[in-house]
Structure formats: structure tokens, C-alpha cells
Design a protein around this ligand. Structure first.
Ligand SMILES: Cc1cc2nc3c(=O)[nH]c(=O)nc-3n(C[C@H](O)[C@H](O)[C@H](O)COP(=O)(O)O)c2cc1C
Length: 172
């Protein structure tokens, strides 16, 4: 099972649209997948699930989306030159076993030109620190706001890039 993490709690985000595109392609390629949308994290998790404390709801989310999955694809939008704070907060609140020895792939997204290249590097460093195995192909999708018409990815080059990425991550 691959968990695709839509790494923002912003409503109507392009990150979520891209997570949906990945999920649909996984189905097309007969790869088992599910989306973890950070929009649906418990609203107070930063306080109620940190520093040794947790809740049943948070544990169940970690179990379903991380502990029971073998591989993760993190779709990470560029917020102020790096990963969204909500993603770092989730990593700080989660048990390190959620990430240790897991196969992780990272996809950067931005409306600007960089495709969150720095955020991809920052998150790679964090996952190396946590003992994850980070896949070396990291698509970086810039100008993402111009690449979707409603919920459909209309940029053929990006579609090809994502298909290649998924096929290679499947063999990883
Ligand atoms: C708090 C915040 C900070 C942002 N900072 C950047 C940035 O540093 N560089 C950039 O290219 N885009 C930046 N953006 C725009 C996002 O890259 C853009 O919204 C894009 O669609 C991906 O984010 P989304 O998934 O929330 O839609 C920022 C957006 C937000 C909400």
C-alpha cells in the first residue's frame, strides 16, 4: 500500500489536486494507494498529540496511513521557500516508527518557478535523520496553477513525468 500525503491543510489546494492525479494513476497501474489529506487532521493535534501525549483518533490515523503502509509519496507545496508548517508539526507529533525504514518519495509543487526545490531538500534531510529510505527521483512541478483546468492535469509533460515517476517508485 502506498500512502499519498497531501501535505497542506489549505482548502482547494493544488497539492490535493495533484494527490488525486497520483491516486488515479496508481489505480490505472494496479498499485494499491490511499490519500492522507492533512486538511482532515484533528484541529488541536499540535497540542493534544505532542511530547508523549496522543489521542485514539490521532493514533488511528497514524496506524492507517503510515504504520500499515509500506511506501509514501509526499506531495509538498512551497510555503515561504520550504515545506508547510503543518507537515513539520505532523512529523514532530508522530511516532518515529511511522517513518523509520519506510520508502519515501517526495514531489515538490509551487505556483512560482522553483517547484519547491528547497523544500524537497529540507524534507529529504528530515527523513534521512529519521532513518527513512528516500527515493532519488523527486519531481518538482512549478507553475502548478497553470497546469490544471479544474481538476484535470492539462500539462502533458507533467503527466508523462508523473507516470515515469510512479513506475520507477513502484519498482523501488
Ligand atoms: C503560506 C503560503 C506561502 C507560499 N509561499 C510560496 C513560495 O515561497 N514560493 C512559491 O512559489 N509559492 C508560494 N506559495 C504559493 C503556493 O506555491 C501555491 O499556492 C501552489 O498552488 C501550491 O500550494 P497549494 O497546494 O496550497 O495550492 C505560498 C502559498 C502559501 C499559502
Amino acid at each position: 500500500m502506498i500512502t499519498i500525503i497531501s501535505s497542506t491543510n489549505r482548502k482547494n489546494s493544488f497539492t490535493k489536486k495533484l494527490a488525486n492525479t497520483y491516486n488515479l494513476l496508481c489505480k490505472e497501474f494496479n498499485m494499491q494507494s490511499q490519500i492522507f489529506d492533512l486538511q482532515y487532521l484533528p484541529q488541536d493535534f499540535i497540542f493534544s498529540c505532542s511530547y508523549g501525549r496522543s489521542t485514539k483518533e490521532f493514533d488511528e490515523l497514524l496506524n492507517k496511513y503510515f504504520l500499515k503502509a509500506e511506501k509514501y509519496i509526499f506531495i509538498i507545496p512551497e510555503y515561504n521557500g520550504t515545506i508547510p508548517g503543518i507537515l513539520k508539526a505532523l512529523i514532530d507529533c508522530a511516532d518515529y516508527k511511522s517513518f523509520k525504514s519506510k520508502k519515501v518519495s517526495i514531489v515538490g509543487v509551487s505556483s512560482g518557478r522553483a517547484g519547491n526545490i528547497r523544500g524537497v531538500d529540507h524534507l529529504t534531510s528530515i527523513f534521512h535523520h529519521l532513518g527513512s529510505e528516500v527515493f532519488n527521483i523527486n519531481p518538482k512541478l512549478s507553475n502548478i496553477n497553470l497546469s490544471y483546468k479544474e481538476n484535470e492535469l492539462i500539462d502533458d509533460k507533467y503527466l508523462e513525468l508523473i507516470k515515469n515517476h510512479l513506475n520507477q517508485f513502484n519498482e523501488y
